[in-house]
Design a protein around this ligand. Structure first.
Ligand SMILES: CC(C)(COP(=O)(O)OP(=O)(O)OC[C@H]1O[C@@H](n2cnc3c(N)ncnc32)[C@H](O)[C@@H]1OP(=O)(O)O)[C@@H](O)C(=O)NCCC(=O)NCCS
Length: 169
């Protein structure tokens, strides 16, 4: 199976925050943003492996500032590392200044997708080759985050999390 670069999975979408997307304060509803992030990151995971993918976990979601209605926001998703059947995807969200057009980062999240066959069982995905400094940094931390996510999901015994333990030793 041929390895792929991170940029081959890059997926970008732009949204306008409409009234139906807002909370009672008139800002973007967090659940709506999560749904948009889920969709664009699944596209990135699909572009990496060209198979059906399902969301296995959502971690490190940050809502740093409220996003006003009528804002133009851009979501960028890219696979940061592929394991056996799972892929970690980073989503970066930017809000556009309506006057200057300058984009400021407002949110980030890390999704894990698993490629599945017609029976819903996990299947092998291609390796990922990081190229830029940021891609290499995210790749290096992905195994640690995978182990933490598995521990939180009750799927890994903390004493087996070798990569995570290196943080504390
Ligand atoms: C995701 C799913 C296919 C995993 O199936 P499973 O039987 O747990 O399979 P495994 O234990 O072999 O795990 C498969 C991979 O997922 C990874 N994984 C599973 N749960 C994870 C979690 N919480 N965080 C990170 N990775 C996870 C495993 O580490 C493994 O990765 P690897 O093959 O790259 O090493 C299965 O749990 C599922 O179908 N979940 C529902 C998905 C869904 O419907 N999502 C939509 C949101 S409701």
């Amino acid at each position: 199976m041929k390895a792929k670069t991170a940029k081959e999975s890059l997926s970008i979408t732009t949204k306008v925050v409409l009234p139906n997307d807002t909370n009672t304060l008139g800002n973007l509803f967090g659940g709506q943003l999560l749904a948009w992030m889920d969709v664009i990151s699944s596209v990135a995971a699909h572009r990496h492996c060209k198979r059906v993918v399902v969301t296995a976990s959502v971690n490190n979601v940050s809502f740093q500032q409220p996003i006003d209605h009528s804002s133009i926001i851009t979501l960028e998703a890219k696979v940061s590392r592929a394991f056996n059947s799972s892929m970690e995807v980073f989503v970066d969200v930017f809000v556009e200044n309506p006057i200057t057009g300058v984009q400021i980062k407002s949110n980030e999240a890390i999704y894990t997708f698993v490629a599945v066959d017609q029976n819903g069982g996990p299947i092998q995905v291609p390796e990922l080759i990081p190229e830029t400094d940021e891609e290499k940094e995210r790749y290096a931390g992905a195994l640690r985050r995978k182990q933490l996510s598995l521990i939180l999901a009750g799927k890994m015994d903390p004493k087996d999390a070798d990569e995570l333990k290196k943080l504390f030793l």
